[in-house]
Design a protein around this ligand. Structure first.
Ligand code: NCD
Length: 318
């Protein structure tokens, strides 16, 4: 593994499979009476969140705590950032406090790269979502969830599996990271979106594209719905919300087109009634809540591997 996790492309197939296998061990901890491991005792993990987040921030916090690390949560609101402090000064402050890992979410694409490569901090940097660019730990938890359902938890288990990623690909860091990681793991990805919500340069991505959701659904092994990211939209990308849902939303009627084993995913937060109807989100095929549970195990694996866990993580009880 490299020292930082900035992009899903930082992971070779061996790295990605090591994270999944380690996450699988971490996941088994949840069934033990004592859910905590001493692996990162004495290490400090800083969660640096410049953008709103529910799942990702809590997930990293739970992950670090289950590994016995000290956790410092730093959010832009209520900090000196609202007084105009720069990323550099914030980074120098973290360094002065001895952070071993900095988990960063930022509205600007590339902010975690700047932090990792500026020389301001010596810690490992984990990208927890940067602008419309990448969100590698989300891709890892999604792959882990698919691996559990479609790949029997075996290395290579996603080879040849067909994954449809549907919706606002243009503004989605989740889509980009998933496309890269799933390709690394041998899966076949189809991005489904209206032409206005596919990025320029999509030809260079390792994926197929389609504007026709009904044509793609019957072949998919997993369907990942994306939120329409209105906060990043300046202008009209589709005529009306109703028209968008009609063409690109997943409802009960469309769900009936899926194969029996096909799972439905969503990174959250969901807008029920827009990209997914409530009956689909709450159906037996939906693994959306499981994705959140798996997120903690995957982030434990990432923190453990980045911070140099050479001993087996799960073994003796504390
Ligand atoms: C996503 C994000 O923030 O990129 N959510 C998440 O991390 N679970 C997707 C989104 O905001 O729609």
């Amino acid at each position: 593994m490299k020292r930082h996790l900035l992009s899903a492309a930082d992971l070779s197939r061996d790295d990605a499979e090591l994270v999944l296998a380690t996450a699988d061990e971490m996941r088994s901890l949840a069934d033990r009476p004592i859910k905590k491991l001493p692996a990162l005792r004495g290490r400090t993990v800083v969660n640096l969140f410049f953008e709103d987040s529910t799942r990702t921030r809590i997930s990293f916090e739970a992950a670090a705590k289950r590994l016995s690390a000290d956790v410092i949560n730093f959010s832009a609101k209520g900090s000196s950032l609202s007084k105009g402090e720069s990323l550099k000064d914030t980074a120098l402050t973290l360094e002065a406090m001895g952070a071993d890992a900095v988990v960063v979410r930022h509205g600007a694409s590339g902010a975690p790269h700047l932090l990792a490569h500026s020389g301001w901090v010596r810690s490992s940097v984990v990208n927890a979502g940067d602008g419309t660019h990448e969100h590698p730990t989300q891709a890892l938890l999604d792959a882990f969830t698919m691996w559990k359902h479609l790949g029997e938890s075996k290395p290579g288990g996603l080879e040849g599996r067909r994954i449809a990623i549907v919706g606002d690909v243009l503004h989605s860091r989740v889509a980009r990271s998933n496309a890269l990681l799933l390709r690394t793991l041998g899966a076949e990805v189809t991005l489904v979106a209206p032409p206005t919500l596919l990025p320029v340069g999509i030809e260079g991505w390792p994926v197929e594209t389609s504007y026709d959701l009904d044509g793609v659904l019957p072949k998919a092994d997993a369907v990942m719905m994306l939120r329409v990211q209105r906060e990043r939209m300046h202008g009209g990308f589709f005529p009306t919300a109703r028209e968008y849902s009609r063409r690109y939303g997943l409802d009960g009627k469309r769900m009936a087109m899926l194969q029996d084993h096909t799972i439905v995913m969503h990174p959250g937060p969901m807008v029920r009634g827009m990209e997914i109807t409530a009956d689909v989100a709450d159906s037996d095929r939906s693994v959306i809540v499981e994705q959140v549970t798996n997120g903690v195990a995957v982030r434990m694996a990432v923190l453990y591997l980045l911070l140099g866990g050479s001993e087996p993580a799960v073994g003796g009880e504390e």
